[in-house]
Structures are given as structure tokens and as C-alpha cells.
Design a protein around this ligand. Structure first.
Ligand SMILES: NC(=O)c1ccc[n+]([C@@H]2O[C@H](COP(=O)([O-])OP(=O)(O)OC[C@H]3O[C@@H](n4cnc5c(N)ncnc54)[C@H](O)[C@@H]3O)[C@@H](O)[C@H]2O)c1
Length: 439
């Protein structure tokens, strides 16, 4: 099948490359000409494990191509995906649908026969109706089916998630579109991935409900972590103790600095706004957003407290800037709020991240960047782990201790064991577990 993917970002590029790998002929379109030029030179504009190889292979085998102009790809395609960004709208927090509607108008101008237009972008309930209206108004004679096909891939594991999803959700209003979408995903269907067919509005809402639920789970364990700290309990064991109950499940129960990233913050906010629009406030989601917002600066206070309440003129070394490991994505990363709060308190911040420094430089001021964890720790008053990259899990702690001015480790991802760090002569602060003071 010929497919056009409009928007070649984290979702569009991965989805396009995976669909090509299934055997479809895919054209990925982006209006960002520097992105398309890089892809045409064989460079991958984002950091995602395995993506360079997958893109390279499918380009070589003639199934994947790139363009800045959607007209030819849309005319040739049977299915057109919209995978453009839907960031928070400045000022009010609603999902900004400018890019989706712009893409819909451009698609409408280019279609010449029956097409399925499938929205992969995360969009509020009812957006598909508006996309259908835009296309029908521009081209009243043309039969176009507008489908919702929300994407659930996670950055850092995006290819595996796309190729082996827990489920594929397709919200379609007619049988013809359902058949086309079944053909698109047939290779996965053969892999036993369950396909859930719903109406369009339901599919749109499934995506927000899923993200809000996961954000709630994280926020819940974070609150329990705070209680553990005060009450002398261990949140890791609490998480394990509840997670083994398969009604609860063990995933998304890692206490930490609060959720961030390109999806949860904006999607919880958009769901809250949708609730207001429908006169059905989502009190749980509203609370999750508020609790999570306060948490990030509270994490900076943890660092300030362990340094005796004053960090003015002190150097804090930060390991990990991206919102999670194995991505270069810095959108709404907790590191931004934590570092800014430390700087507000007068600290100098030095940071290292395996992939995020380039994006961090556009978002953070006055941070000194290091080329590795040891250079980062050099003569610092404390070391803070903010993202659980694998390379931070097995640091040479003797070397780190020797580099630091004072052996203080604030581990906001709980990747080390308190007893072990105490044995190693560190003052060790983590999340939801007792602080161990240097002997
Ligand atoms: N990033 C994730 O992990 C993830 C996961 C699931 C769903 N989503 C959703 O997928 C959507 C895309 O997210 P992303 O992270 O890939 O965003 P992104 O910002 O990385 O990519 C969006 C791309 O669309 C391009 N674009 C915008 N308007 C265009 C137009 N009219 N024509 C062609 N290209 C256009 C932009 O230039 C950009 O390259 C969002 O709605 C997001 O919520 C993201």
C-alpha cells in the first residue's frame, strides 16, 4: 500500500520507517526543509535507538522516501497519516490544533479520489469531525474517510513499541475505512497485536485516558514516596508490594522527580481543558497536574536541604537532562524545572547527558556542559542523578567520590542502593527511602 506520513518527527519518522519495513511504500513529508534535507543525506534528526538502521535499510530498498511537498505523496497514497505536533496552546493549555488543521487543508487541496486520512497526532475528542469538515468543505465531491488512529509508542523504545504494540486503536465511522486500516496493520495483526475498532470520538478519548491514567499512577507513587520518607518506609518495596497484584501491575510505579516529556504534561492539561469544555471537570487529572507541578521544585529543595539549606555559589553536578533515557527529547523535562530552581537559589549548575545536550542548550541558560560524568562531578559540591541512563547505573563510585568536593549523591531515580552508598562513604539522598548520612 502507498502511504503518506504528514509530519516527520518522533512519531512520524518512526511510524513511517516501521510501515515501510512491513512492505508498504511510504513517503514521509515535513515542512521543515532542514529535517528533510538531513534525512535525504542519510542523517537522522532525532536520537532513537535502531532508527538510523531501519531508515537506512528501507530507503535503500526503495520503500521509504522524504519530501517537503505533500502534493505528490498525497495523490499517490491510499492512506494519509497526520502525525504533526499538538503542543499546549500558549496562554490557555488547550491542545494547539493549528498544525493538524493546516495539514488537513493541505491534504484537502491535494486529494483526487478516495483516501483514508488517519490522525495519529494526539488530538482532543471531536477533532476528527473538524478535520472531516475541513476536507469536505474544500472538496465536497470527494469521498474521504477520516479515521482516528492514536499512537502509543514510547520514545527510547519506539520501534519495538510500534512493531509489537499492546493494541492498535482504530476509530472509524465506515466499513471501507476499517478495511483499509486493517490492510495497513495486517503485518501486526498477524503478530497477534489486538486491533480495537471503535468510533472516532472514542478512539480520540482512549489516547488521553491512557496518558492521564499513566500520569496518575506515577503521581500516586510519588506521593506515597513522600509519605515513606516521613514515615520511615521504603517506596521501592511498597511499589513492589502493590505491583505484584495484577489488578495494579508493576509498571509506572517508579518514584522520581515527577513526570515530564513531550506527552504527559500537555496531554493531561488538554484533557483537563476538554473536561471543562464539556462541563465535566476531571478533578483527578487536575490534581495530578497540580501535584506534579509542585514536585519538580520540591526536588531542587531536596538538593538544597542536603547542602545545609544554602547553595549560593556552590556547584551542583547534574547527570541526565532528557525526560527519560534513550532519547534526546528535552520537551518539558523535569531537569528544566529542577535546574532552574537550583539556579534561582544561587547555585552554579554543571551537567552531562549522553544525548540531550544539544536540545538542552536551547532551553537552559548558564549551564556548563561536561563531556562525561566524571568531568561533570569534578570539584562539585553534590552530584544529582536526574535521568536513569544506563551509563549512570554503573558509575565508578570511587572515582566519583574522589572528584567531588563533598561525597553527596542525590539520586532522584533510585538507581543506587542506600546501604551500598553509605558503605561507600556517600551522603545519599533518594526518593521515598531513608537518607543515609556519610559515616
Ligand atoms: N513523541 C511521542 O513519544 C509521542 C507518542 C505518542 C503520540 N505522540 C503524538 O504525536 C504527535 C506528533 O508528536 P512528535 O513528538 O512526533 O512531534 P514532533 O514535533 O517531533 O514532530 C512533528 C513534525 O510535524 C511537522 N509539521 C507540522 N506541520 C506540518 C505540516 N503542515 N506539514 C508537514 N509537516 C508538518 C513539524 O515540522 C515536525 O517535524 C503529537 O500529537 C504527539 O502528542 C507523540
Amino acid at each position: 500500500m502507498r502511504i503518506a506520513m504528514i509530519g516527520t518527527g518522533y512519531v512520524g519518522l518512526v511510524s513511517g520507517a516501521c510501515l515501510a519495513d512491513f512492505g508498504h511504500i511510504v513517503s514521509c513529508v515535513d515542512r521543515d526543509s532542514s529535517k528533510i534535507a538531513a534525512l535525504e543525506r542519510g542523517e537522522i534528526p532525532i536520537f532513537e535507538p535502531g532508527l538510523a538502521e531501519l531508515v537506512g535499510k528501507n530507503v535503500r530498498e526503495g520503500r521509504l522516501s522524504f519530501s517537503t511537498d505533500l502534493r505528490a505523496p498525497v495523490t499517490a497514497a491510499e492512506t494519509i497519516f497526520i502525525a504533526v505536533g499538538t503542543p499546549s496552546r500558549r496562554g490557555d493549555g488547550h491542545a494547539d490544533l493549528t498544525y493538524v488543521f493546516q495539514a488537513a487543508r493541505e491534504i484537502a487541496a491535494a486529494v483526487d479520489g478516495y483516501k483514508v486520512v488517519a490522525t495519529k497526532s494526539t488530538v482532543p475528542v471531536g477533532t476528527g469531525d473538524e478535520v472531516a469538515r475541513i476536507i469536505a468543505e474544500a472538496r465536497p465531491q470527494l469521498p474521504v474517510s477520516v479515521v482516528s488512529n492514536p499512537e502509543f509508542l514510547r520514545e527510547g523504545a519506539a520501534i519495538a513499541d510500534f512493531k509489537r504494540p499492546d493494541r492498535i486503536v482504530i476509530g472509524a465511522e465506515d466499513e471501507r475505512a476499517r478495511k483499509v486500516m486493517t490492510d495497513v496493520y495486517r503485518p501486526l495483526y498477524l503478530n497477534q497485536a489486538p486491533m480495537l475498532f471503535t468510533d472516532r470520538r472514542t478512539a480520540e478519548l482512549i489516547k488521553y485516558a491512557a496518558n492521564a491514567f499513566l500520569a496518575t499512577k506515577i503521581t500516586f507513587i510519588n506521593e506515597i514516596a513522600d509519605l515513606c520518607e516521613r514515615a520511615g518506609a521504603d517506596v521501592q518495596d511498597v511499589a513492589r508490594g502493590i505491583g505484584l497484584d495484577n489488578r495494579i501491575g508493576s509498571k509506572f510505579l517508579n518514584a522520581g522527580p515527577g513526570f515530564g516529556g513531550s506527552c504527559f504534561p500537555k496531554d493531561t492539561m488538554a484533557l483537563m481543558k476538554t473536561g471543562h469544555d464539556f462541563g465535566v471537570p476531571s478533578r483527578i487529572v487536575e490534581t495530578v497536574i497540580a501535584v506534579n507541578d509542585q514536585r519538580k521544585r520540591a526536588m531542587a529543595r531536596k538538593v538544597i536541604d542536603v547542602l545545609g539549606g544554602n547553595v549560593r555559589g556552590r556547584t551542583i553536578a547534574v547527570l541526565g537532562l532528557t525526560f527519560k533515557p534513550n532519547t534526546d527529547d528535552m520537551r518539558d523535562a523535569p531537569s528544566i524545572a529542577v535546574i532552574t530552581a537550583l539556579q534561582d537559589a544561587g547555585a552554579r549548575v554543571r551537567a552531562y547527558d549522553p544525548a540531550g545536550i544539544k536540545q538542552a542548550k536551547t532551553l537552559l541558560d548558564n549551564v556548563e556542559y561536561s563531556s562525561d560524568p566524571y568531568a561533570c562531578a569534578d570539584a562539585a559540591d553534590a552530584l544529582v542523578i536526574l535521568t536513569e541512563w544506563d551509563e549512570f547505573r554503573a558509575l565508578d563510585v570511587d572515582r566519583i567520590r574522589a572528584k567531588l568536593k563533598r561525597p553527596i549523591l542525590v539520586d532522584l531515580r533510585n538507581i543506587y542502593r542506600p546501604e551500598e552508598m553509605a558503605r561507600q562513604d556517600f551522603t545519599y539522598v533518594s526518593v521515598g527511602r531513608a537518607t543515609r548520612k556519610q559515616a
